[in-house]
Design a protein around this ligand. Structure first.
Ligand code: ZN
Length: 90
């Protein structure tokens, strides 16, 4: 079984993802990011495509493919990148 939350982006796209998410830009089009590293429009497209997949397994596979290709951030990536100081407990 494939779970998207331990999926890592490919090494070839990882740098680009980091740069764009630090600038809060959509990973797909470069517009201001809304959620999960993408703009509102691309998040809608992602949700629409995900909905088209039948079954939990297919949905999870689709999501992890997107994460690997650097089209969307995984939930834990969002936490990691939006935290300014990972050592601060405040
Ligand atoms: Zn976009």
């Amino acid at each position: 079984m494939i779970w998207f939350f331990d999926t890592m982006p490919k090494r070839t796209v990882a740098k680009e993802i980091q740069k764009k998410s630090q600038e809060h830009k959509c990973l797909v089009c470069g517009e201001p990011a809304f959620v999960r590293g993408v703009c509102k429009r691309h998040y809608e497209v992602f949700k629409y495509e995900k909905r088209k997949r039948a079954g939990k397994q297919a949905k999870a596979e689709f999501e992890s493919d997107c994460i690997r290709e650097g089209l969307i951030l995984s939930p834990w990536q969002v936490c990691e990148m939006t935290r300014e100081n990972p050592f601060s407990r405040e």
